[in-house]
Design a protein around this ligand. Structure first.
Ligand SMILES: [Zn+2]
Length: 134
Protein backbone atom coordinates (compact mmCIF):
# COMPACT_ATOMS: atom_id res chain seq x y z
CA UNK A 1 0.00 0.00 0.00
CA UNK A 2 1.02 3.57 -0.48
CA UNK A 3 2.96 4.71 2.59
CA UNK A 4 0.74 7.70 3.36
CA UNK A 5 -2.96 8.42 3.28
CA UNK A 6 -4.20 10.10 0.11
CA UNK A 7 -7.30 12.29 -0.19
CA UNK A 8 -10.18 10.39 -1.76
CA UNK A 9 -10.79 12.85 -4.59
CA UNK A 10 -11.45 12.00 -8.26
CA UNK A 11 -8.73 14.30 -9.62
CA UNK A 12 -6.09 12.77 -7.34
CA UNK A 13 -7.21 9.22 -8.11
CA UNK A 14 -6.98 9.96 -11.84
CA UNK A 15 -3.57 11.58 -11.41
CA UNK A 16 -2.11 8.63 -9.52
CA UNK A 17 -3.77 5.51 -10.91
CA UNK A 18 -3.99 4.58 -14.60
CA UNK A 19 -7.31 3.24 -15.91
CA UNK A 20 -7.98 -0.47 -16.35
CA UNK A 21 -5.59 -1.80 -13.72
CA UNK A 22 -6.18 -4.49 -11.13
CA UNK A 23 -5.85 -3.17 -7.61
CA UNK A 24 -6.55 -3.35 -3.92
CA UNK A 25 -7.36 -0.38 -1.70
CA UNK A 26 -8.13 0.69 1.83
CA UNK A 27 -10.56 3.46 2.82
CA UNK A 28 -10.15 5.69 5.88
CA UNK A 29 -12.43 8.07 7.76
CA UNK A 30 -11.73 11.79 8.14
CA UNK A 31 -10.04 10.83 11.40
CA UNK A 32 -7.65 8.63 9.43
CA UNK A 33 -9.14 5.42 10.77
CA UNK A 34 -9.25 2.42 8.47
CA UNK A 35 -12.76 1.10 7.97
CA UNK A 36 -12.96 -0.65 4.60
CA UNK A 37 -10.83 -2.70 2.22
CA UNK A 38 -11.63 -3.56 -1.36
CA UNK A 39 -10.37 -4.89 -4.65
CA UNK A 40 -11.13 -4.39 -8.32
CA UNK A 41 -10.21 -7.11 -10.80
CA UNK A 42 -10.76 -4.76 -13.73
CA UNK A 43 -10.36 -1.07 -12.91
CA UNK A 44 -9.35 0.11 -9.44
CA UNK A 45 -9.28 3.74 -10.63
CA UNK A 46 -12.96 3.61 -11.58
CA UNK A 47 -13.87 1.87 -8.32
CA UNK A 48 -12.13 4.51 -6.21
CA UNK A 49 -13.69 7.38 -8.18
CA UNK A 50 -17.08 5.86 -7.43
CA UNK A 51 -16.23 5.67 -3.72
CA UNK A 52 -15.17 9.33 -3.88
CA UNK A 53 -18.46 10.30 -5.57
CA UNK A 54 -20.37 8.41 -2.87
CA UNK A 55 -18.26 10.13 -0.18
CA UNK A 56 -17.42 6.70 1.11
CA UNK A 57 -14.34 7.91 2.96
CA UNK A 58 -11.90 10.78 3.27
CA UNK A 59 -8.59 9.02 2.57
CA UNK A 60 -7.35 5.96 0.73
CA UNK A 61 -4.28 3.88 0.03
CA UNK A 62 -3.91 1.44 -2.84
CA UNK A 63 -1.78 -1.12 -4.65
CA UNK A 64 -1.69 -2.09 -8.31
CA UNK A 65 -1.45 -5.82 -9.10
CA UNK A 66 -0.47 -7.73 -12.21
CA UNK A 67 -2.84 -10.64 -11.60
CA UNK A 68 -6.25 -11.06 -10.00
CA UNK A 69 -4.89 -13.90 -7.85
CA UNK A 70 -2.22 -11.61 -6.44
CA UNK A 71 -4.86 -8.98 -5.69
CA UNK A 72 -7.04 -11.62 -4.01
CA UNK A 73 -4.12 -12.79 -1.82
CA UNK A 74 -3.42 -9.24 -0.69
CA UNK A 75 -7.08 -8.44 -0.07
CA UNK A 76 -7.41 -11.60 2.05
CA UNK A 77 -4.31 -10.70 4.05
CA UNK A 78 -5.64 -7.18 4.69
CA UNK A 79 -9.05 -8.57 5.61
CA UNK A 80 -7.62 -10.94 8.20
CA UNK A 81 -5.08 -8.50 9.63
CA UNK A 82 -7.60 -5.69 10.03
CA UNK A 83 -10.77 -7.72 10.67
CA UNK A 84 -11.49 -5.96 13.97
CA UNK A 85 -11.52 -2.49 12.41
CA UNK A 86 -13.37 -3.18 9.19
CA UNK A 87 -16.99 -2.61 8.27
CA UNK A 88 -16.60 -5.33 5.63
CA UNK A 89 -19.06 -8.03 6.61
CA UNK A 90 -18.14 -10.57 3.98
CA UNK A 91 -14.91 -12.36 3.38
CA UNK A 92 -13.26 -11.27 0.10
CA UNK A 93 -14.83 -13.00 -2.87
CA UNK A 94 -12.71 -15.15 -5.15
CA UNK A 95 -11.89 -13.73 -8.56
CA UNK A 96 -14.05 -15.17 -11.34
CA UNK A 97 -12.78 -18.37 -12.94
CA UNK A 98 -9.91 -18.87 -10.49
CA UNK A 99 -10.11 -21.87 -8.16
CA UNK A 100 -8.08 -20.18 -5.47
CA UNK A 101 -8.54 -20.33 -1.71
CA UNK A 102 -7.70 -17.89 1.02
CA UNK A 103 -4.27 -18.63 2.46
CA UNK A 104 -5.19 -17.06 5.79
CA UNK A 105 -8.44 -18.79 6.72
CA UNK A 106 -8.14 -21.31 9.55
CA UNK A 107 -9.99 -23.93 7.51
CA UNK A 108 -9.14 -23.11 3.89
CA UNK A 109 -10.41 -26.33 2.37
CA UNK A 110 -13.94 -25.97 3.72
CA UNK A 111 -16.64 -23.43 3.02
CA UNK A 112 -15.92 -20.15 4.73
CA UNK A 113 -18.56 -19.36 7.36
CA UNK A 114 -19.49 -15.73 6.72
CA UNK A 115 -20.45 -14.95 10.29
CA UNK A 116 -19.82 -11.60 11.88
CA UNK A 117 -18.02 -13.21 14.79
CA UNK A 118 -16.17 -15.84 12.80
CA UNK A 119 -12.49 -16.07 13.71
CA UNK A 120 -11.30 -14.13 10.65
CA UNK A 121 -8.86 -12.00 12.55
CA UNK A 122 -5.67 -13.59 13.81
CA UNK A 123 -6.31 -12.14 17.25
CA UNK A 124 -9.63 -13.98 17.46
CA UNK A 125 -8.23 -17.29 16.41
CA UNK A 126 -8.73 -19.72 19.30
CA UNK A 127 -5.74 -21.37 20.84
CA UNK A 128 -5.23 -24.94 19.69
CA UNK A 129 -6.15 -26.28 23.12
CA UNK A 130 -9.63 -24.72 22.78
CA UNK A 131 -10.32 -26.53 19.54
CA UNK A 132 -10.18 -30.00 21.05
CA UNK A 133 -12.92 -29.20 23.56
CA UNK A 134 -15.46 -28.39 20.82
ZN1 LIG B 1 -9.68 -15.92 4.62
Amino acid sequence: MTPRLLRLRPWLIRALIPANHIGTYMLYSDQGELFYIGRSDTDVQRRLIRHAADRRGEYFTYDIHHTVTSAFDVECALFHIHAEALSNRLHPDKPDFHPITCAFCPYPSTAIPYRKNAPYGVSRRPHKSQWSSQ
